[in-house]
Design a protein around this ligand. Structure first.
Ligand code: SF4
Ligand code: SF4
Length: 147
């Protein structure tokens, strides 16, 4: 008989203790991320795939097509191409392709770029059904951001 009442007491005690915890957190600020309804702000040091930096003056690229990032990438992810245009000093960027399937986010490309023309993006929710979905035309992406 004593065991019966002890079980009731333990059950009631556990219920009250649980409700106490619930009530305590009920009135505290919400800390849970409401993803995907609210997009989270990624921290400054977050590394998404690389992207071209837009010039503050023109909105165009800062890339001078030196090819250093392409040479420095240990995984061969980057393909850069440019051409000479009459009246323009140096080369004009015609292609900047990133194969993100091979990228380890090591950052060597970003470090090797003297003009600061590439940086890490804040893109975090990348998904695709095909490998080709992760081969990015960064020049096109920069132009789309300009619009
Ligand atoms: S972060 Fe590293 S692996 Fe990725 S593209 Fe740059 S150099 Fe290559
Ligand atoms: S992104 Fe930087 S390192 Fe790469 S080609 Fe352009 S200027 Fe050179």
């Amino acid at each position: 008989m004593g065991g019966y009442f002890k079980e009731i007491f333990d059950g009631a005690h556990s219920l009250v203790a649980g409700m106490g915890v619930t009530l305590k957190y009920l009135f505290q600020p919400v800390v849970t991320e409401q993803y995907p309804h609210v997009a989270p702000t990624m921290p400054d040091r977050f590394r998404g795939h690389i992207e071209l930096v837009a010039s503050e003056e023109t909105g165009g690229t800062l890339c001078i097509v030196c090819g250093m990032c392409q040479k420095a990438c240990p995984s061969g992810c980057i393909t850069v191409a440019g051409e000479k245009v009459e009246g323009v000093k140096g080369k004009v960027l015609t292609k900047y392709e990133l194969d993100f399937t091979k990228c380890s986010l090591c950052g060597i490309c970003v470090e090797s770029c003297n003009p600061g023309a590439i940086t890490f993006s804040k893109d975090y929710n990348l998904a695709g059904l095909r490998k080709e979905a992760f081969i990015y035309d960064l020049k096109k992406r920069l132009e789309e951001r300009k619009r």
